[in-house]
Design a protein around this ligand. Structure first.
Ligand code: SF4
Length: 387
């Protein structure tokens, strides 16, 4: 996965956004030649997988005009299909708040339908969506997001929906699920994200281990709703992925999700100014800025200042890999869920526990263990029922 920040600019000011409000007001854009430079170097270094997803994310991608992406896509496809090496199968993904979708955008999505996927962020019914997904005047964006989704439906453009779950969502699982079920025919699938930070966007997470029962109840209710809606077919990715990991963990050669999920270069991010990070999709160079002593967080360097080859051969990446390795080894030795864990909590361990090799965090409890238990017990109960 290559995550490109076309621009940090966003027309919304969602209270839980990972990007700072100041950066979301910046209107600079990634120069098209930078995309060519990055893609060419990835290809020259033979780092392209057979299938590659190029994702525009971090900022509202539709803040830039469709022509920008026409040019970027055509450039990447031309470089991919040049004579050097085997071309990858490339999909271009857009993650949008849907509020800027108009007929021109729908024509763009249709123009690229053979290699484009669309993800829409919407938190469900108005009463759940509007308090947190607000514009710069503090007004909710539900009306605009629904209008965008309706336009996509009118044009026959399917999309996946991503919704953030807050404490308020836990109290309304039926309304939350039904909102997306009503749109099932327009969706490819559905995914919910448990809100990791405070509703005010602060660094402290918005739940504690004492909330385990509430989340367990929410997961079980959602599983029941998904099952009873089988006829409408709303695939919930959280559950299908968790079940897949549970099954894989019992195979003779268990998959290494924990290590594979954050393996270096599995995800490569380039922000609009050219800073390169890896490990997590969308990881900002601002996060933990001082941890490696250069004020640039987990950035490997800037593609405008040095080559990717130089960044990958640098001492900083080696140190980061060593740190992530410590986390993985500690997890494998201490956590009963490590074979089913999707990974991605290494930096949370550092922030919450003070060290990479430190094991369980609150996110582990709510996101991994409680969810895994809920899915496993739900499936076990189904299997025990007479056919
Ligand atoms: S401690 Fe957390 S990150 Fe480590 S394997 Fe367990 S659930 Fe995953």
């Amino acid at each position: 996965m290559i995550v490109l920040q076309g621009t940090p600019l966003c027309n919304l000011n969602c209270t839980y956004c990972d990007l700072s409000p100041a950066s979301r007001k910046l209107s600079h854009r990634m120069p098209i030649p930078m995309i060519g430079k990055l893609f060419s170097q990835i290809k020259q270094l033979e780092l392209l997988a057979d299938e590659v997803s190029i994702v525009w994310h971090s900022g509202e991608p539709l803040s830039l005009p469709p022509e920008y992406y026409d040019e970027a896509i055509n450039l990447v496809l031309a470089l991919n299909n040049d004579d050097a090496g085997t071309p990858a199968r490339i999909t271009f993904d857009f993650q949008t708040n849907a509020t800027l979708i108009d007929h021109k955008w729908c024509e763009f999505f249709q123009r690229h339908r053979d290699h484009l996927r669309l993800g829409v962020s919407c938190d469900g019914p108005r009463e759940l969506h509007d308090p947190l997904r607000v514009n710069w005047s503090g007004r909710g964006s539900h009306t605009q997001a629904v209008r965008g989704m309706d336009l996509l439906a009118e044009h026959g453009i399917k999309f996946n929906a991503i919704a953030v779950v807050t404490a308020e969502t836990l109290a309304q699982p039926q309304e939350f699920f039904d909102f997306f079920l009503d749109r099932a025919d327009d969706l490819t699938d559905f995914h919910f994200n448990i809100l990791a930070n405070h509703a005010d966007g602060g660094p402290t997470i918005g739940y504690s281990r004492n909330d385990t029962r509430k989340y367990s109840e929410f997961y079980r209710t959602m599983l029941s709703l998904a099952q009873s809606a089988k006829g409408r077919n709303l695939p919930v990715r959280n559950f299908s992925q968790t079940l897949g990991r549970i099954r894989a963990a019992t195979a003779p050669q268990p998959a290494e999700f924990l290590r594979a999920g954050t393996a270096p270069l599995r995800q490569l991010n380039c922000d609009a100014r050219g800073e390169i990070t890896t490990f997590y999709a969308g990881l900002s160079a601002e996060f933990l800025a001082d941890h490696y002593g250069d004020g640039k967080g987990l950035s490997l360097g800037n593609i405008e200042e040095q080559t990717l080859a130089k960044m990958l051969g640098g001492h900083k990446l080696e140190r980061m890999m060593d740190d992530f390795g410590k986390s993985h080894r500690h997890c494998a030795q201490t956590c009963d869920y490590h074979a089913m864990c999707p990974g991605g909590f290494e930096l949370t361990q550092l922030v919450e526990n003070g060290a990479f090799a430190s094991g369980e965090t609150t996110e582990c409890v709510i996101h991994v263990k409680t969810l895994t238990d809920a899915v496993a017990s739900f499936v076990s109960a189904q299997l025990r029922q007479p056919a």
